[in-house]
Design a protein around this ligand. Sequence first.
Ligand SMILES: [Zn+2]
Length: 467
Amino acid sequence: MRIKWVGYFFIGFLAFLLIRTTFIAIVMHREYFTAATEQRTTLIPASTAPRGIIYDRNFFPLTAERAPHTIGYVRGGTGMGLQKIFDNYLKIDDLSFLLTAGLAVETAANGTPIAPTATLFRSASTRKGVHLTLDYRIQEIVQDALSARGDSGGAAVVIDAETGDILAMSSTPVYSPEDIAASLGSSGGEFVNRAIAAYDVGSLFKIVTTSAAVEEGVATPESRYNCVGFTSVSEHVFHCNNRAGHGELTLAEAFSLSCNIPFFEIGTELFGKGKNLYNYASKFGFGERLLDVEMDEAAGNSVRSKSMAEIANTAIGQGDFQATPLQIAAMIGTVVNGGKRVPLRLVSGLIGDDGVTETPYSEPRGEVRAIKPKTAETIKSMMLEAVQSGTGKNAMIEGVDVGGKTASAETGWLGDDGTTMTHGWFGGFFRHKNTMYVCVVLAEDGKTGSGSAVPIFSEIGRGITSM
Ligand SMILES: [Zn+2]
């Protein structure tokens, strides 16, 4: 009798399980599948069209929300960024995709697949995509730090100096990926990727000038100069930022305090010896596009100056010379990498339909020896000094040694308040957990580098060192 009841219980239990399983498989499958998919890929927004994924270095999906200018968008044949560049690759032919994904596809007598109705499965199980060097977490830190200036124009780039991998690249103001039309009507330049646009760079060019001076034996960090606030070159008067003059100081002190006088003298002396600053600039990567992918990247302006006076002006970064924040990052990366410029990389490979197979995207490019290791070490020490006791003081990050250079670049553009715009810059480096990070921040109309770009740099540095 008891055994019979146990039997009934089992049969009842099995029936319950069967009904429940059937209910899950037939009625609830969409919800369960979506939930499971969302657990794996919470970052992918629901998409109506099946499309490949853009992955970060650790295979987290990256959307335009996180990196609007780099990821970009495609709408009705137009667009920008990687979504536009890789549009053909990311597009998915519905039927062939379903076959590769291993889903049941009904076929006609001649073998032609008949489109199934399981539309939910398509975009959800797509694994094909583009694998980037960007790091989702760093991109988030950089984007948030840069947004602190609201809708002001700005850019920030983080690279791994030793591998050349671009870890983050941000630009403000941002367009709304959810409402492209609204941003298209705006005059704020939301679609300009400022990280790869050309700007006046001001004192950051002194890294090139100092490298050339040390390499050519024209000066050492201990060389002494006297700043009385101005100097004249070929009957042109050039001023220091400090009109009262810094007095007697070494080259290292001038670099650290952003005094201009030694650099005018170095520029003219190199020019007199037939040594051109632009040769050094081009070895650092200026005047060429550095990305491994065809984006709207500016090459910058590295036109050769003709006269002694023009060279003097260029030596402090106030001539026609222009460069992108990405190029500045490559220059600092070269300095901290022993004078060797490693090619930058944004796209590491294309991921096949199986979601695993990766093919390299571009041919490996060679490294460039820009300056000797000893020269690089000297410049690096001067950049460390500039943060220890110079204009970059507030760039210090607890627990790591930071080196860097501030710049305030006069542009000649008129700002909203009718005064001439001066862009604030900071380019610096620090080592954390075996990675040598280089971070460059540009703050359009930021007046001074120390007041506008340095706080953003330290915010990014604090974020990265607490990762
Ligand atoms: Zn001075």
